[in-house]
Structure formats: structure tokens, C-alpha cells
Design a protein around this ligand. Structure first.
Ligand code: FPP
Length: 240
């Protein structure tokens, strides 16, 4: 059933998990799971845009994912390259990309060619207003908090701000999602029930929604189910 627009979350966070298990179940290489996961990412991002959701943040690669075998890390980087090249191609054909895309995380450790593709993609889509799609790459929630703290500390040292001016709302503005509302709901598929260093600052009052479906099997129907469950949640933000 189509979701009621008045109950839609403004910002959704999604942990794309279960790609490896999906591939294993089919006797495929783990990288095949990531490829399928990337297709689902495109479809769900498009669906969120169609629904008019303001922002959706996908966890694509964590600061801890470098610990995976080199071959798998390379394969994931190649998936990013393909995706970015495809976006560039579509833009070149003047097709409507539909959403503003941003990459959040520490880009400094990523291969240089990927960083320049990320920058091109971000600037080309910057004016699109309908939906912001954040892709977290080399992202860690604690790393993000330290990054924001350093920016603020530097300003205090430089005398641009006083220590008393450092409040929750100012701090929020220095996170990677500083111009967006905090996520109303975070989705974790594949049966795991933890946040794994995702949106650590921003998730303080997020609803959590878990599903046993592996990410490569996740469909628009699953998103509809989440939206219907979310609409029934009673969010009190510490009140009564
Ligand atoms: C977690 O599943 C998945 C990842 C660490 C990689 C996710 C990356 C993609 C889906 C590609 C995204 C592509 C674009 C274009 C943004 P897992 O490997 O931990 O699965 P498992 O828990 O079953 O082993």
C-alpha cells in the first residue's frame, strides 16, 4: 500500500548489510553480493526520491571495512567507480539524476581517481533539491565526532568562537550531515541488531527498524513495510 505522505520520515539511514551471506547462499563470490547490493541501493535511493523523502543516508563502506581481504576491498572500490562513471554518463546524456548526491566520511584514504569522481558527482548534482542521498564511504561515527570536535577546537584556538558557544546545535552543524535533520529512522537488514558506528551522533533519537531480509533481497515492499511500522511509532523525544 502506498505510504501516507503525512507520516513519512524526513531522513532515513540505511545499513546495507548481508551482501556476503546472500552471495554465499548462492555459491557465489562475496563480490557478487556487493554488486547486487549496489543495484538495490540505486533502486531504493530512486524510490525514496519518488516518495519525496528529504534525505537518505546509506552506509557503504566503514572505517573498519579496510580490514577485509584486499581483493574484496578492491572489488567494492570498483563498484563505486562503475556507479560514479554511470552517473557521469547519465548526466552527460542530460538525463535527470533526480537527487543530490553527497559522500560523507574521510575521503583522504580513498584512491585519488575515486576522490575526483566523488567531487565531480557532488558538484554536478549540488543544485538538485528533491532528495539528498548521502553515501557514507570510509565513514565511522566516532571518526565523524572527532572530526567535528577538531574543527570546533581549531575555531576556539583561533578565537573565532568562545568555548561557551559550543552547544549541541552548533556541534551538529559540524557533522557531515549538519544541514539535514537527524535520521528519524535507521534500517538494518540481515538480522543484525546494532548500529556499527553509523550516525553515532545523529541517531540519539532515531527509531531503529530491523529486518531479517539480506540487503541484496531488499525491495520497495520492505521499505513500504518500514514506513508503515514507522507511522505507528510513538516518538516522545524524552517527553511524555
Ligand atoms: C555489508 O555486507 C556490505 C558492505 C561492507 C559493502 C556495501 C557496499 C555496497 C552495497 C556497494 C554500494 C555501492 C554503491 C554504489 C554505493 P557484508 O559484506 O558485511 O555482508 P555479510 O555480513 O553477509 O558478510
Amino acid at each position: 500500500m502506498a505510504p501516507d505522505p503525512s507520516t513519512l520520515p524526513r531522513h532515513i539511514g540505511i545499513i546495507m548489510d548481508g551482501n556476503g551471506r546472500w552471495a554465499k547462499k548462492r555459491g557465489l563470490e562475496r563480490t557478487e553480493g556487493h554488486k547486487q547490493g549496489a543495484k538495490v541501493f540505486r533502486d531504493i535511493a530512486t524510490y525514496c526520491s519518488e516518495l519525496g523523502i528529504e534525505a537518505v543516508t546509506f552506509y557503504a563502506f566503514s572505517t573498519e571495512n579496510w580490514r577485509r581481504p584486499e581483493k574484496e576491498v578492491h572489488a567494492i572500490m570498483d563498484i563505486f567507480r562503475d556507479f560514479l562513471a554511470e552517473l557521469e554518463q547519465r548526466e552527460a546524456e542530460n538525463e535527470e539524476m533526480g537527487f543530490r548526491i553527497r559522500f560523507i566520511g574521510d575521503k583522504s584514504r580513498l584512491p585519488a581517481d575515486i576522490v575526483s569522481l566523488l567531487d565531480i558527482t557532488e558538484s554536478r548534482s549540488a543544485e538538485k533539491k528533491r532528495t539528498t542521498v548521502n553515501v557514507a564511504v570510509n565513514y565511522g561515527g566516532r571518526q565523524e565526532i572527532v572530526h567535528a570536535a577538531r574543527l570546533l577546537a581549531q575555531q576556539a584556538v583561533d578565537g573565532t568562537i568562545s568555548v561557551d558557544q559550543i552547544t549541541e546545535s552548533l556541534f551538529s552543524r559540524y557533522t557531515y550531515t549538519g544541514d539535514l535533520p537527524d535520521p528519524d529512522v535507521i534500517i538494518r537488514p540481515s538480522g543484525e541488531m546494532r548500529l556499527s558506528n553509523f550516525l553515532t551522533w545523529q541517531s540519539a533519537y532515531s527509531e531503529l527498524w530491523f529486518s531479517d531480509v539480506l540487503w541484496p533481497d531488499f525491495t520497495r515492499k520492505d521499505l513500504d513495510q518500514m514506513l508503515s511500522d514507522f507511522a505507528k511509532r510513538n516518538r516522545r523525544f524524552g517527553g511524555v
